[in-house]
Design a binder for this molecule. Structure first.
Ligand SMILES: Nc1ncnc2c1ncn2[C@@H]1O[C@H](COP(=O)(O)OP(=O)(O)OP(=O)(O)O)[C@@H](O)[C@H]1O
Ligand SMILES: [Mg+2]
Length: 272
């Protein structure tokens, strides 16, 4: 969500889809997500189009958000009996983009995944062109990673041949600990160029911001948390420049949809 705000502040039209029943991304973007608010649940399980559930944000006119209400917790089960259950989100996004004139289409669609690997995350991995994994510079983050990568492989084989991990963002980096450096080194050795140069430090402003319904970029623009997210978004946007298909007027023919997946923590079913 901080990346979404940073991309929007660059002038890139960005849509954040909150796919986590906890609704943390909605909270941080100041978007109402009390029960009854038109939300991603209505598009996934109900008959709403994405257009009907998109909300503006206070962070930037370029940033729109589809919030998640607690109803979404039931969607894991309700989706089981729905036709084309793994493809609901992809179709909703495709329909949304197709209905917009080119100059209004988002440059980026960011889908915030729940921490478990159920039907909601599967929908995100089928809808996405790329996976972005924020990895906390802590030991447990690496243990959950293998499981997540296996699942992405399975989705590639069976449901979405185009999906791959294109971006890894190191977060919660604490320069005072050896462990943080070890984790960062290990991730860089293993994943190479996929890892962004920018690293998000452990910064109290990042954790305070959601309490004010804000991203860290609007809450404290000068903080290290904020400047490092701006740096990460700049790298992401520069990578996007190389991605086909981009028409010459500078408007991408299609948006790049990222599934932002949490690596579940080791030893638990749902990563909590
Ligand atoms: N760089 C940071 N510095 C300090 N605190 C942070 C930082 N990044 C995240 N946090 C804290 O950790 C909390 C969880 O962060 P975040 O929502 O990114 O985790 P998550 O892995 O997506 O959680 P979940 O698995 O529940 O979806 C934030 O609300 C914030 O308090
Ligand atoms: Mg999350």
């Amino acid at each position: 969500m901080n990346l979404g705000v940073a991309l929007a502040l660059y002038g890139l039209r960005t849509l954040v889809i909150d796919l986590d029943p906890q609704g943390n991304a909605s909270t941080a973007l100041g978007v109402d997500h009390t029960v009854g608010t038109p939300s991603i649940y209505d598009a996934l399980v109900g008959d709403s189009t994405l257009t009907e559930v998109v909300h503006p944000t206070t962070a930037s006119p370029h940033l729109l958000c589809v919030p998640a209400t607690i109803d979404l917790a039931g969607a894991e089960i309700e989706l089981v009996s729905v036709v084309a259950r793994e493809h609901r989100l992809r179709r909703a996004i495709e329909g949304y983009i197709a209905a917009l004139p080119p100059e209004k289409r988002p440059h980026y669609v960011l889908i915030d995944c729940p921490p478990s690997l159920g039907l909601l995350t599967l929908n995100a991995l089928v809808a996405g062109d790329e996976v972005l994994i924020p990895i906390q510079c802590e030991y447990y983050a690496l243990e959950g990673l293998g499981q997540l990568l296996n699942n992405i492989d399975l989705v590639r084989q069976h449901l979405n041949p185009g999906i791959s991990v294109r971006t890894i963002l190191l977060t919660m980096y604490d320069g005072r600990t050896k462990l943080a450096d070890q984790v960062a080194d290990e991730v860089r050795n293993h994943f190479g160029d996929v890892v962004l140069d920018a690293v998000i430090p452990r910064n109290v402003r990042v954790s305070e911001a959601p309490g004010y319904g804000q991203s860290v970029l609007t809450y404290d623009p000068g903080s290290r948390g904020s400047t490092s997210y701006v740096e990460a978004a700049r790298e992401l946007a520069h990578r996007g420049l190389d991605l086909p298909p981009v028409d010459r007027s500078g408007t991408p023919a299609a948006a790049t949809a990222f599934a932002v997946a949490d690596a579940p923590a080791a030893g638990t079913q749902d990563g909590q």
